[in-house]
Design a protein around this ligand. Structure first.
Ligand code: KG4
Ligand code: ZN
Length: 359
């Protein structure tokens, strides 16, 4: 099964062709990503209108390149998948409308993929991880702990009540005059900083649920920075290190709690899976290994290029859904907001049925 995937929910214009065999991991035939990071950098964050226009300007070329790299024509495809949300609605409309046009002209099925579902299914593309597993998704827009039980079968165990972790990194970077996106810069500064110089809060610590809160941490950091302004290079490094240490402690505590809830409800997870840009952070990765070890499971962290937004994850999620007969009508609407629990679920496979088919 060969599927084209289109991703335009944020600031990456991406397209990819992926092959899904009957068993085992997928094969990425092409994976083209055009980042708009330079267009947004001057504003210190993604500007939705600029993003939508940039998608319009480059999506055709990105898709053309993905098809060429894969050595396929539209006629060779089994389906066309696009991220239909959640995300910045202008961009989502561009990607989904383009996918609809390709599907209609070529008489191929359309698969409207939930962007979070695509992150959730990526470890099956890379490592064929069996269900159920526990997903820790941490990006600029999302912070969630999710039980992934099957295609379309997701149970959110924890989420942030305010800012996403990546957003907190980005805001910290902005406050300290570091560049955008902030995560990698804060991590770099933190390496030469003192993580115990500033005592910052550990929000939600010790609570039995698995929710996150990051906005108080950001405010506490601002207050500390204002107290000692003007900041020296060492001050900036120490603030970054103290901030990152606090996030690491919070992630450790929240994941412990989340895995406890997971195990109680669904049994031992087959893996703890990391997705989203924040998973590129080494200190956070270390923590993931620690909590996974504690519950006797393994960490699966797809390579950074597949953890952050890309077209391959959309193509793969499309292929997984297509294999279960989950296609969508051409008049399906894009969605700015689309919680994982509202994704349409595949019927469980029944013994005696052909594999991959459902009732
Ligand atoms: O998944 P992603 O590429 O895009 C979405 O937000 O969907 O994630 C980007 C986010 C940004 O907030 C960025 O600052 C953060 O991930 N990030 C990091 C690191 N690399 C990227 N945060 C902390 N440490 C990093 N090394
Ligand atoms: Zn994403």
């Amino acid at each position: 099964m060969v599927v084209l995937g289109i991703e335009t929910t944020c600031d990456e214009t991406a397209a990819s062709v992926v092959e899904r065999p009957d068993a085992g991991p997928g094969k990425i035939l092409s994976n083209v990503i055009l980042s708009q990071v330079n267009e947004h950098a001057v504003f210190g964050g993604v500007v939705p209108e600029i993003a939508a226009r940039a998608h319009v300007e480059s999506l055709d070329r990105v898709i053309g390149r993905a098809m060429q790299d894969a050595g396929k024509s539209f006629a060779d495809l089994d389906g066309i998948a696009a991220a239909a949300g959640p995300g910045l609605i202008g961009g989502v409309i561009v990607g989904l409308t383009t996918a609809k046009a390709i599907a209609m002209v070529n008489g191929k099925p359309l698969i409207a993929v939930n962007h979070l579902e695509a992150h959730a299914l990526t470890p099956r593309l890379t490592d064929a991880v069996p269900f159920p597993y526990c997903l820790f998704l941490a990006s600029g827009g999302h912070t969630q702990i999710v039980a992934v039980r099957g295609v379309g079968d997701y149970v959110r165990i924890g989420t942030t009540v305010d800012d996403a972790i990546g957003e907190a990194f980005d805001k910290t970077a902005k406050l300290l005059g570091l560049g955008y996106p902030g995560g990698p810069q804060v991590e770099l500064e933190a390496r030469r900083g003192n993580p115990v110089r500033f005592l910052l809060p550990r929000p939600m610590h010790g609570r039995p649920d698995a929710d996150f809160s990051l906005s108080g941490l950001k405010t506490a950091l601002r207050i500390e920075a204002e107290k000692i302004a003007p900041l020296t290079d060492q001050d900036v490094a120490d603030l970054c290190a103290s901030f990152q240490q606090s996030v690491v402690d919070v992630v450790l505590d929240r994941l412990r709690s989340g895995l406890k809830i997971f195990s109680k409800r669904f049994g031992k997870p087959n893996a703890l899976v990391a997705a989203g840009g924040v998973a590129a952070n080494e200190a956070i990765r270390k923590i993931l290994h620690r909590v996974a070890f504690e519950v006797g499971t393994v960490v699966v962290a797809p390579p950074a290029a597949l953890c952050t937004d890309n077209g391959a994850m959309i193509a793969w999620a499309g292929a997984e859904r297509l294999a279960h007969g989950l296609t969508d009508p051409l008049d399906i609407a894009p969605r700015a907001r689309w919680p994982l629990e509202e994704v349409r679920r595949a019927e469980p496979e029944r013994p005696g049925f052909l594999s991959g088919k459902t009732a």
